[in-house]
Design a protein around this ligand. Structure first.
Ligand code: MSP
Length: 501
């Protein structure tokens, strides 16, 4: 049994419908998973839902539902969303599943027995409205707490704490010795800066059931439930353990957003160390999307509904835009104008036009029969394939798309330079026309192979239009010359219909 490439997303709170940010993270992970499979690696891709805790309990209460029923109803929408994005996830975790809860409880029992926890009481200022303890930082300049917190009362509360202090230096050393552990490097530097300039406070891992009961019961004290982040982080390991016939752990990549780096790069490594498990190989941190330069927010109506975009423009246009527009790391800004302009320029006029005119000419001038092999674009295709292969291994998705479009643009230019429509009028140029048509058809085939992880539907359509069976899902097929002469192609059809806007 060999270790699988194991990639995860953050698990989303089920307190509403999925939005652009959730879709983006899932598409990143899906493209990396598909790219690894295309490279020939056995891969396991996990996504799912974070169902416990105060946020979910409050959302359920607002709809006067019990939390489990509330989660069950929404989980169906989120699973349908994963299908809509054509995610190739191998499992879908819900933290209310027994397989997960039992693993969390076993972990807690083990860590407690090994002396990692202690019980202590904490006195602080508590906002019942926000259901949270406030700190000195939350005070206004006049020393009071903002009216939005409602009544703030001093409260004494017992809880269990996880000793983190002893791990601080070890974690700093680990991050310094493993430069790829947190990517991009500026996120790594932020974590190192935080760890070097602060003393880690012990992590409160429980909530008293008098205050919050929607959580995993603490196995050694019935007065408490497990803090939602302790529960949620463990999903990556609990689901790995739920597939004992596969070698999954350690995870190769946890894809997460920039707001939850501390949980993944500080708490999770310490938890794993205590659990006696190796650390994930990489925490890959993406930025946040805004829309029209402002925060995405349901309350102001500044939102993008991914499902509406997909229904109007097609899934592959959506997958393409989010990965082409924004590299993994910085923040991005969605505007409808830039979405349309990329659709028009890169998909409709770029890739779509190339495939459509190449295959239509082959159909018209050669009855759809592939001529003898020719290698004029072979070097350009090999360059794109080599670059894409290397970039896939580094999860550099935006750069891979740029490299692939290098080939799209080169092939479109080749059409303009060789002018096959003119060659077709001159019987003396028949052999030259054969060469041009072979190069174009074969470039389209190579593009389908390179594009498959990003645009699986489009890549499969290009294969079908070339009269080739199945999906171009193995990168080794990108080798030049795969299209046999004498083969008859299928029916050309536009891949990205032009839209008048
Ligand atoms: N439940 C926790 C994660 C637990 S992981 C063990 C959580 N859930 S969340 O639903 O709030 O966020 C899920 C993911 O979506 C996070 O990685 C977060 O960064 C990402 N995004 C939420 N809004 C986003 C944008 N506007 N843009 C990009 N990603 C964003 O946190």
């Amino acid at each position: 049994m060999s270790k699988r490439f194991y990639i995860t997303t953050a698990i989303d709170y089920v307190n509403g419908q999925p939005h652009l940010g959730h879709a983006y993270e899932k598409i990143i992970a899906d493209v990396i998973a598909r790219a690894r499979r295309s490279l020939g690696q056995e891969t396991f891709f996990l996504t799912g839902l974070d169902e416990h805790g105060q946020k979910v309990q409050q959302a359920a209460q607002a709809e006067k539902k019990n939390p489990q029923e509330y989660c069950d109803a929404l989980a169906a929408d989120w699973q349908a969303f994963a299908k809509k994005l054509e995610l190739t996830n191998d499992d879908f975790v819900r933290t209310t599943q027994p397989r997960h809860k039992e693993f969390v409880q076993a972990t807690l029992t083990k860590l407690n027995a090994a002396g990692h926890f202690y019980k202590a009481s904490y006195t602080g200022f508590y906002s019942a409205r926000e259901e949270t303890f406030l700190t000195e930082k939350d005070r206004l300049p006049d020393g009071k707490f903002d009216a939005s917190y409602g009544d703030v009362v001093e409260l004494k509360e017992d809880n269990y704490y996880f000793k983190l202090g002893a791990h601080q230096q070890w974690l700093i050393d680990y991050i310094e010795a493993n430069p790829d552990f947190i990517s991009p490097s500026y996120r790594r530097n932020e974590v190192l800066g935080f760890l070097k300039n602060n003393t880690l406070e012990d992590l409160c891992i429980t909530r008293p059931i008098t205050r919050l009961n929607w959580g995993i019961p603490l196995p050694f004290d019935p007065e408490f439930v497990t803090y939602v982040w302790f529960d949620a982080l463990v999903n990556y390991a609990s689901i790995a353990a739920a597939h004992p016939s596969l070698e999954l752990w350690p995870a190769d990549i946890h894809v997460i957003g920039k707001d939850i780096v501390k949980f993944h790069a500080v708490y999770w490594p310490v938890m794993l160390k205590a659990m006696g498990l190796p650390l994930p190989k990489q925490i890959l941190v993406h930025g946040w999307w805004q829309k029209d330069g402002a925060k995405i927010s349901k309350s102001t109506g500044n939102v993008i509904d991914p499902i509406a975009v997909i229904n109007e423009w097609g899934l592959d246009a959506f997958r393409f835009y989010v990965l082409r527009e924004l590299d993994i790391g910085p923040d991005g800004n969605w505007t409808d104008a830039s979405f349309r302009s990329r659709y028009q320029a890169e998909l409709a006029n770029g890739l779509g036009n190339l495939v459509n005119r190449s295959l239509s000419m082959l159909k018209r001038y050669r009855n759809g029969v592939v001529p003898a092999k020719s290698n004029e674009l072979a070097t350009d295709a090999a360059k794109a394939a080599d670059e894409t292969r290397a970039l896939f291994k580094q999860s550099q998705l935006q750069s891979a798309l740029q490299s692939i479009w290098g080939l799209v643009n080169r092939a479109n230019k080749y059409v303009d330079e060789t002018a096959p429509f003119k060659l077709a009028k001159d019987p003396a140029q028949a052999q030259r026309l054969d060469e041009v048509l072979y190069n174009l058809a074969e470039a389209c085939r190579v593009l389908a192979v390179l594009l498959w992880p990003f645009l699986p539907g489009t890549a499969t359509k290009i294969y079908a239009q070339l009269g080739l069976p199945g999906s171009p899902d193995k990168l080794e097929a990108a080798t030049w010359g795969g299209l046999p002469s004498g083969h008859t192609i299928g029916e050309p059809a536009p891949l990205f219909p032009r839209k008048d806007v």
